[in-house]
Design a protein around this ligand. Structure first.
Ligand code: F0G
Length: 450
């Protein structure tokens, strides 16, 4: 009989370090109730290949036309879930998003290198697809029949779309009523998920769902599920690969429930440990002023765990006052020498308009990261000659009302400083002609005045 190979991965409590098997369904530590993370046997992975060997392997899979390596998550299968058999993978495929150089942001901020990793180019139009391909694949491997999440809109869209790919898997999403965009709401409905709307905020939705998952056989696919984080961290892997494995000085990430920044931090540390990169970039976590517990904790020197009641914001997907992955995020940011920052609604929407006008259409949550970056430059936290990657987490098309309201001057408390107004004219050629002539005249007088 051949001896069975020990697993590569397990679960570890981030508080007391207690270990659990990865195939046990659990989200918290029995001993101290802290949240868990997936740990991989990095020594074994290191002995499998050196840093150059990993780079070569991942580069050899770029542009794969068939199989799981087409995915920008499963291209890194060995570092995501090495114990997951490839035939269990549920993929669309996801990832392979563009990394755009932004001349406009470089000029506006006086910074030498600024890039945007546009995760809104994923199949369900947000970065959540990366975590969800991992979470739903693992659920399928465990034989789970029912999956669930609470969501500000993007997690639910992704979960519903991946669960719909698995025969016999049912999904339940719990959403804060009136707090998500109509495009996001349409996604789980379209995918056939049980879609539940609660008259409550996100923090309440997730608390209730966590309680229910303790007594019912439902697999929770919020980012408290550490398997999700493993898929999500490939944003860091792919960004580094896009940059030919040369780390930027900063990675800027919008923060809500704080899973994503924790995942990116973990991914970067993995790469450093395995010798794939030689240093870990600093992390800047960005929040809206309306929901900024981590930015406040940073200002106060992390003296205590900050929870706030989230107020209304255009960045509805990160309208979260009590992030589940708070401790993981604080650890990741502090270990990197980074910071948290927050911005006003005006700053967020102006930052969005600035980037949108370059033809790269981002959402208000992503714009929170852009605004955070601009502020960090002004404050001197980020220096002019540093290189920066900003993670845009969802596509502007998922939040079209915010765009239309800003440009139409209908966002309360926000001046449409960079507005591109819709012009209405009579439906006849002469009226259209007059309009175009006046636009031309305006453009040439602006040019003369330069
Ligand atoms: N950007 C977008 C577009 C999001 O949807 C989210 C989170 C974040 C940023 C923040 O990521 O929570 O990992 O810090 N959306 C979750 C959801 C909460 O339910 O879709 P995080």
């Amino acid at each position: 009989m051949t001896p069975t190979r020990p697993p590569y991965s397990g679960l570890r409590c981030i508080g007391c370090g207690r270990l659990y098997p990865l195939d046990e369904i659990r989200y918290e530590c029995d001993a101290c109730s802290n949240i868990l993370e997936v740990t991989h046997d990095l020594e074994r992975l290191r002995s499998d290949r050196d840093g150059a060997g990993w780079r070569l392997l991942f580069d050899s899979r770029l542009g794969a036309r068939t199989g799981v390596h087409r995915s920008g998550v499963w291209r890194y299968h060995e570092l995501v879930l090495p114990d997951l058999p490839a035939e269990m993978i549920v993929s669309k495929p996801e990832g392979n998003t563009n990394l755009y150089r932004s001349k406009r942001l470089e000029e506006a901020s006086g910074t030498s290198e600024v890039r945007l990793k546009h995760e809104g180019e994923n199949p369900t139009l947000s970065f959540k697809d990366r975590g969800m391909t991992a979470g739903v694949s693992w659920a399928r491997h465990l034989g789970v029949r029912q999956v669930a999440c609470a969501s500000t809109g993007d997690t639910s869209a992704a979960m519903a779309a991946y669960a719909a790919q698995v025969d016999g898997m049912r999904g339940v999403v719990v959403l804060p009523k009136g707090k998500i965009s109509v495009e996001q709401l349409s996604q789980p409905i379209a995918s056939g998920c049980l879609t539940v709307s609660l008259p409550a905020d996100f923090d309440t939705c997730i608390r209730l769902l966590r309680e229910i998952c303790r007594s019912r056989p439902i697999y929770l696919l919020n980012s408290i599920n550490p398997v999700r984080i493993e898929g999500q961290k490939t944003i860091a892997y792919e960004t580094l690969q896009d940059l030919d494995w040369r780390p930027p000085d900063w990675v800027v990430v919008p923060v809500g429930n704080a899973g994503n920044i924790s995942a990116i931090g973990k991914g970067l540390v993995d790469l450093k440990t395995l010798g794939v990169i030689d240093r870990v970039p600093r992390l800047l976590g960005a929040q809206p002023d309306a929901a900024a517990p981590l930015a406040r904790a940073h200002r106060e020197g992390y003296r205590e765990h900050v929870r706030v009641k989230a107020a209304d914001t255009v960045a509805t997907a990160i309208r979260i006052g009590d992030p589940v992955s708070y401790d993981k995020a604080v650890n990741a940011v502090r270990r990197s020498g980074g910071a948290f920052i927050s911005s006003s609604e005006q700053e967020i929407m102006d930052a969005k308009a600035l980037v949108d006008a370059t033809g790269v259409y981002i959402c208000p949550n992503s714009a929170t990261a852009v605004a955070g970056f601009l502020k960090a430059r002004q404050q001197g936290t980020i220096l002019p000659d540093e290189s920066v990657v900003i993670v845009a987490t969802a596509h502007g098309c998922k939040f079209s009302q915010a765009t239309i309201d800003y440009h139409g001057g209908r966002l309360p408390g926000v001046e449409p400083r960079l507005a591109n107004r819709v012009v209405e004219v009579a439906a006849d050629a002469a009226a259209l002609e007059r309009l175009l002539a006046s636009v031309d005249a305006e453009a040439s007088s602006r040019k003369d005045g330069e």
